[in-house]
Structures are given as C-alpha cells and as structure tokens.
Ligand binder design. Structure first.
Ligand code: SF4
Ligand code: SF4
Length: 432
C-alpha cells in the first residue's frame, strides 16, 4: 500500500509524536524490549516507526503491524518518560490507523467482529457464553481436557485454555438495575460499573465491591443501561466501537446525580477516564464526556481517599501486590490499594520488586500473543515467589486470571484476590 494513499483520520498526531526526544530512558521499563532487546520493539523504536508511517516516509508493512501488535499497551514507558510522551494515546492511534488502512485476514476479521462487535456488547450473548463455560467446567470436561493434554495438538489452544476464567454462577447480570442502600448513615451516592465479562467470571468480585461500598456509607446504584466500557475495543484499534460504547455509558450514568462513578477494573477505569479524548471531536458529547471523566474513580482510589470504615477484622495472610498497568501507569493510582491493605489488621504485606512491570495479561494480549505473554508471566512469578507471599493481590480481573494461571504453572500454590475482596473479608471478620 502506498504511503500517500493512507487515510489518516485516526493516525497518531504529529504534535504527540514530536514530544519524544529519543532519549531512551523508557527502554528499561518496556517488557518487550527487556525480553527481546530489539529497538523496534521498544517504545522509542515504535514511536520512530509511527513517525515514518504518518509522515508518509514508509508504508504500513507486515513488520510494522507486528511491532505494534507485540506492544502490550501497558504504558510502563509513559511512567518512565521525562518528556511527557503520552504513549498510550499513540499506540491506540497507531492501531486505529492500521485498522482504517489495512484489512486483516478474513479469519482474524471474523474473530474480531465476533468478540468486539457482538460478544462484548450484548448481555444475552455473554450470558450464553457464560452458560457454555459453566457446563464445560461443571461437567468435568475441563478437568479431562487439562489432564489429557489433548489441546497441545492444536498449537496455542492449550495456552489459551489455561487462561479461561471460571464461570461464577449466579451471574451478576441479575443485580444490574438495582440500588443497594448504604449501611449506616449515607455518605455518598455512587454508581457502579459492572463491566462485561465480569458479570460472568467475576460475579463474586462485583458483589464484594458493592458490599464494601455499602459498608463505607455508599448508596450503590447499578444503572440498567450501562454496558462494556470499550477498553478492549480502543486498545485493539476499534475506536468507533469504543466511541459508541462511551456515548452509551455517558447517557446511562452521567445524569443520575452521583458523587462518583466507580469501576473495580484498572483497565476499564483507564479508558473510562479517557472518554473525553475519545470523544474530543464529538460536539454533542464533548462537554458530557469531560463531566463524566471528572466523576470516574477506581474503587481503590475512591476508598483510599475517604475515611475508611474502621470496623475491620483480622485477615492473617501474607500478601504481595501486583500493580495493574492501567491503574498504575494509566490512572496513576498506586497509593490507594497499598493504603487499604495496610489498614487491615494481621495482614502481612510484602512488596515485590518490579510490581508495576506487566504480567503479560494486557486485555486479550495473552490470547493473541501467547508466547510473549507466557514468558512475561514466568518472569513475574519469579518475583512473586521471591516474596514468599501466599496471596497475590491485584486490582484488575485480567491480571487476576493471568496471575492465577501463573500460580498454577510456576507458583507455589498462591491464591489470587482483588483488593476489595481482601477488604470484604476484613469486614466479615470484624466482631465488635
Ligand atoms: S506500552 Fe508497554 S510494551 Fe508498549 S512500548 Fe510501552 S512499555 Fe513497551
Ligand atoms: S518516549 Fe520518552 S523516554 Fe522514551 S525515548 Fe521518547 S522521550 Fe525518551
């Protein structure tokens, strides 16, 4: 494809690319560069390639697509960069630019159409998929498949199967549309975003989140019209899908008079807080997107900033914490989760080295780039094992699935929990 023929509506903006001064201070923070030592798989190298493409000096080639696809969009480089390069914005634009100019092979397009355009956007489809997953697991078929090793005959399928989440019945869908009263005097009125896959695979986490918020004086609303946040779409270059979902969530949540709109998922929260960027050229939604973003809070951020209900019982566990990339690097939330864990009696916290280095989860990265994701997970589990902790705490369901697989494959039998699940346990263990 000739570079001059490119449609550049979604291309990275020159002013954003120009912020990179090629100093290389981000290289050591980049998981793919650390692994491969290849400049083109470093943040600086990827930005260089984006410049070549957007200025028309080079065409979009297979190699370019591969280098962009291999990026985790973890934004570790953004934290390390002293020049304020917004790398997350750049990689999302680069992927959207590829999408608008270069059709992927038909099977890949069909897979992406089904996952992004149908499954994640439709509650009943998620419910059917969840029921199928439940049958697969409850019937013992999963156990047989795993112990027989039969999927090793089908290439990457065995790796992908290892990451399949548990279907947690009853699903959380039944709670959508409800209002949960505050325990004790009401201090806040908040909306909770239940996510998409979480309704099936993290139903207990969502319930724990609601309980913990109630314990802290929140009247919790779960508005009916909410839907998937669009994070996976935006990270995969499907910005139009993301915009559609952003408008839907803004309409569902903005006008309810909420003090805060709360997510318990680092990856979703990061995109939800960037709706104003996604809709910056949408006149009708520009101001509403800004107002929405002001109300968005990660649950750790919200609880870390208010006076926590102190009726906490002991949770005698040794735990370590894995920073979710999009919570730490995207939302800059690092203190909240640690503050919450520090407040829990009898809990022993063990900080791990490189806690904010990606575990390889990165949305659906571990499915589509399973080799790199497996290597990063193995490295991560080395750090986890070194702490001797019996529980790995995280703040993002995707990381939790990846770490759960890591504990099974390379760990010492660690459990994986979300921060609010640990906090929920502490409230349950309280006796006055
Ligand atoms: S987002 Fe992560 S993987 Fe991608 S270039 Fe930055 S540090 Fe590397
Ligand atoms: S992204 Fe930032 S840290 Fe990395 S090379 Fe560019 S200016 Fe330097």
């Amino acid at each position: 494809m000739a570079a001059s023929n490119l449609n550049n509506a979604e291309a990275p903006l020159q002013k954003d690319l120009d912020k990179c001064v090629h100093c290389g201070l981000c290289l050591n923070a980049c998981p793919t560069y650390r692994e491969l030592g290849v400049e083109m798989d470093s943040p600086r190298g990827r930005i260089y390639q984006m410049v070549q493409i957007t200025t028309g000096q080079a065409p979009i080639t297979d190699a370019y697509v591969e280098h962009m696809d291999l990026c985790l969009a973890c934004r570790g480089c953004e934290t390390a960069c002293p020049s304020g390069v917004q790398y997350g914005k750049l990689i999302e634009a680069a992927r959207a630019h590829i999408e608008e100019n270069r059709p992927r092979p038909l099977p890949v397009r069909l897979f992406r159409w089904f996952i992004f355009g149908q499954l994640l956007q439709t509650r009943w489809m998620l419910g059917v998929a969840g029921a199928g997953l439940y049958l697969y697991q409850a019937s013992g078929l999963q156990k047989f498949v795993r112990s027989s090793g039969i999927l090793k005959l089908f290439g990457k399928l065995a790796d992908i199967e290892m990451l399949s989440p548990n279907a947690e019945t009853p699903f959380f869908f039944g709670q959508i549309g409800k209002v949960f009263p505050a325990e004790g005097p009401q201090r806040y009125k908040v909306a909770f975003l239940a996510g998409c896959i979480q309704n099936v695979s993290f139903a207990r986490l969502n319930e724990a989140t609601v309980r913990v918020l109630q314990k802290n004086g929140c009247e919790v609303h779960i508005p009916e019209e909410q839907g998937c946040c669009g994070a996976l779409h935006v990270h995969s270059g499907r910005k139009e899908d993301g915009r559609k979902l952003a408008r839907k969530n803004i309409d569902a949540l903005l006008d309810g008079g909420f003090d805060a709109i709360i997510s318990n998922t680092g990856g979703c929260g990061s995109t939800l807080k960037e709706y104003h960027e996604l809709l910056e050229n949408d006149e009708a939604y520009h101001d509403r997107a800004h107002a929405f973003v002001k109300k968005m809070k990660d649950v750790n951020e919200f609880l870390g900033a208010i006076e926590l209900n102190p009726n906490l019982g002991p949770v005698p566990l040794s735990v370590t914490y894995q920073d979710s990339c999009h919570l730490a690097h995207g939302q800059k939330v690092r203190v909240g989760p640690r503050k919450i864990l520090a407040a829990i009696p009898a809990l022993r916290f063990k900080e791990m080295p490189m806690s904010d280095l990606c575990c390889g989860s990165a949305g659906i990265y571990n499915v589509v780039q399973s080799e790199m994701a497996s290597q990063l997970l193995k490295n991560k589990m080395g750090y986890v094992n070194g702490t001797g902790a019996e529980v790995i705490v995280a703040s993002n369901p995707g990381c939790m699935l990846q770490l759960d697989a890591g504990a099974r494959l390379h760990g010492t039998g660690q459990r994986v929990m979300h921060v609010v699940q640990v906090l929920d346990e502490a409230y349950k263990n309280y006796s006055s």
